[in-house]
Design a protein around this ligand. Structure first.
Ligand code: ADP
Ligand code: AMP
Length: 212
């Protein structure tokens, strides 16, 4: 299965992606994770990405399209399928993805769109914590880790309130035309994201079982 997962920052894309990957064995491609890895390794691309990410802005399309194309062209993708998380985030990226997939002879099977009340996002993002060792995402209140030890977790730099507001504005402005693009192709499955994490996954699973 070749899938996209969409939703505003904090909608639960990463949380649900982990469950989808575990259950359906598709490759998880998160542009945010790729940028964070490049930043941690202080590569040239990582340093460039950091200058945008720290301000809550989008990394330029030519850079982002390039890393996605490179990853989708790898041999495992045709075997396992993929779940793209955090891409496309602009309509130009959506058009670039159409071209990349056509070139590679890959067909998109569905777009999971997690809908949430924007008012709940600030609370979700400000409480988000990431496990240092595994990269797994939790929430201090909504999804607390068992045996929580503060030193084992970190908060994302771009989850600080000053940056979150800009990220939400940017993503709200860019998101609608992308969804319209995929609605026209009859690929979008809307999922109610304002429910318990496991209930969101139950709804996603129903959709994916039919697509499989
Ligand atoms: P995204 O990848 O869309 O930015 P995440 O999956 O990282 O979002 O989720 C953002 C935060 O909200 C995390 O701290 C996560 O644990 C929490 N979260 C995810 N889904 C839910 C949910 N359905 N209800 C409450 N909190 C959630
Ligand atoms: P995420 O982990 O998906 O919330 O992404 C974190 C940050 O990485 C975003 O706020 C952007 O600055 C950058 N980023 C991730 N994906 C993209 C993308 N498709 N296009 C541009 N920037 C991106």
């Amino acid at each position: 299965m070749n899938l996209l997962i969409m939703g505003l920052p904090g909608a639960g894309k990463g949380t649900q992606a982990a469950k989808i990957v575990e259950n359906f064995k598709v490759a998880h491609i998160s542009t945010g994770d790729m940028f964070r890895a490049a930043m941690a390794n202080q590569t040239e691309m990582g340093l460039l990405a950091k200058s945008y990410i720290d301000k809550g802005e989008l990394v330029p399309d030519n850079v982002t399209n390039g890393i996605v194309k490179e990853r989708l062209a790898q041999a495992d993708i045709k075997e396992s399928g993929f779940l793209l998380d955090g891409f496309p985030r602009t309509i130009d990226q959506a058009h670039a993805l159409d071209e990349i997939l056509e070139e590679l002879g890959i067909k998109l099977d569905g777009v999971i769109n997690i809908e949430v009340d924007p008012n709940s996002l600030l609370e979700r993002l400000s409480g988000r914590i990431i496990h240092r060792e595994t990269g797994e995402t939790f929430h201090k209140v909504f999804n607390p880790p068992v045996d929580y030890k503060e030193e084992d977790y970190y908060q994302r730099e771009d989850d600080k309130p000053e940056t979150v507001k800009r990220r939400l504005d940017v993503n709200i402005a860019q998101g609608e035309p992308i969804l319209a693009h995929y609605r026209q192709m009859n690929l979008v499955h809307d999922i109610q994201g304002n429910q318990d994490i496991n209930d969101v996954f139950t709804d996603i699973k129903k959709v994916l079982e039919k697509l499989k």
